[in-house]
Design a protein around this ligand. Structure first.
Ligand code: GAR
Length: 185
């Protein structure tokens, strides 16, 4: 079994899609062994508990540096034998410590067709720009914001004016693409 760690800061709908994918067999031969969260109270923590997944919740402000808290995370991942790190709404740039120790094994999902609309508000930025084809990108992670070699993408055409409807369509596309991509990897 390949062992996955999922990093998230918020709701965790992608966490749930991946955990459910492992449970249902849509992702073959993998299990989620760790949920890393940098925000106490984030809903992803509840979801992880529901799936019986260990949670590592930390407050970055309690550490002297990013290298320090990333070292703590990497130590736990070493102990669990993590094979792949999936970022799922983890709203921090990955630093040197994790890139040195887990480089090439960290992937991220972004709710836009990168390199367009990187950052924390990909859907809103694309909507305000007025694009007609939205989408989702999964890519290897490097030291830049939403940068790194692209693994998979899917387009989500939308010409309406309801951002909530659009968000729902993009999240649905994310859940499907993340499960399919992890299964292929
Ligand atoms: C997802 O839409 C993900 O693509 C996005 O955060 C959301 C997390 O939702 N990530 C980024 O914007 C990264 N720049 P979730 O907590 O429900 O999975």
């Amino acid at each position: 079994m390949k062992r996955l760690a999922i990093f998230a800061s918020g709701s965790g709908s992608n966490f749930e899609a991946i955990a459910e994918g492992c449970r249902s067999g849509a992702i073959v031969g993998a299990e989620v062994v760790l949920c890393v969260c940098d925000k106490a109270g984030a809903y992803v923590i509840e979801r992880a508990k529901k799936f019986g997944v260990e949670t590592l919740v930390f407050n970055p402000k309690e550490f002297g540096s990013k290298r320090e808290f990333e070292g703590m995370i990497a130590d736990r991942m070493d102990a669990l034998g993590v094979d792949l790190v999936c970022l799922a709404g983890y709203m921090r740039i990955i630093g040197d410590e994790l890139l040195e120790r887990y480089g090439g094994k960290i992937i991220n999902i972004h709710p836009a067709l990168l390199p367009a609309f990187p950052g924390a508000h990909g859907i809103r930025d694309a909507f305000e720009y007025g694009v007609k084809v939205y989408g989702v990108t999964i890519h290897y992670v490097d030291a830049t914001l939403d940068g790194g070699k692209i693994i998979s993408q899917v387009a989500v055409p939308y010409e309406g004016d309801d951002i909530e409807e659009l968000e729902a369509m993009i999240h649905k596309a994310e859940h499907k693409l993340y499960v399919e991509t992890i299964n292929k990897l």
